[in-house]
Design a protein around this ligand. Sequence first.
Ligand code: AP5
Length: 217
Amino acid sequence: MRFVLLGPPGAGKGTQAERLAKKYGIPHIATGDILRQSVKDRTKSGMLAKSYMDRGELVPDQILIGIIRDRLSSLDCSKGSILDGFPRTVTQADALSSILHRLNQKLDGAINLELPEEEVIARLSGRRVCRSCGTNYHTQFNPPKEGGKCDKCGGQLYQRDDDKEEAIQNRLKVYQRQTEPLIKYYKKEGLLISVDGAKEISTVFENLCEIVEGVKK
Ligand code: AP5
């Protein structure tokens, strides 16, 4: 099974994709995580991406399309995947469709996690991420057991540069301008599934599992 997770920044795409991937044993492909790793590794594309990411702008389509083409061609993606953060533009959505077509694969759905703007700001400003394993926490909604430390690996938690107030505002504008049109795009393709992302993490997860189970039948 193959799903795309859509939704504004902070909608819970990463949180839910990680759980779905674990439950259904398929790869979680998060373009934001791949880019942050490239920045950490100081690769050429990572260095180029950093300035866009820090400002809350989208990294150029061709970089992302190349990353996804390589990743989806890997053997571990042959049974399915959860795409988190890709596509984010109509150009990327068109590219995804041709990549999958070439691989003789198809999308089962584009799940849009809906979240009002006030919630986006509250979620992003409280998000903390593990420096070692990348697990997401929230100071209020999903706190670690011990302050500042990851429950899974004991790594140090930090605040992403693009979770600062100014970058959040820009990410929201960029989302509305460049990514929101994908809702219509996937509706037209008959693939759009909307889910209320404002519910509790476990409730959203149950709703997503029902959708996935429906597709598996
Ligand atoms: P990326 O990392 O993908 O950022 P994003 O889309 O803005 O998404 P987020 O990671 O901020 O949010 P999320 O929806 O995953 O929410 P999360 O689960 O973490 O991309 C970063 C940057 O990389 C982009 O700005 C761009 O520059 C670049 N980039 C990436 N992909 C690209 C592409 N395809 N094209 C071009 N550029 C690209 O949750 C957020 C917080 O809320 C957490 O603290 C979590 O614990 C909490 N939370 C989650 N769910 C709930 C809930 N139900 N209730 C309460 N709290 C919750």
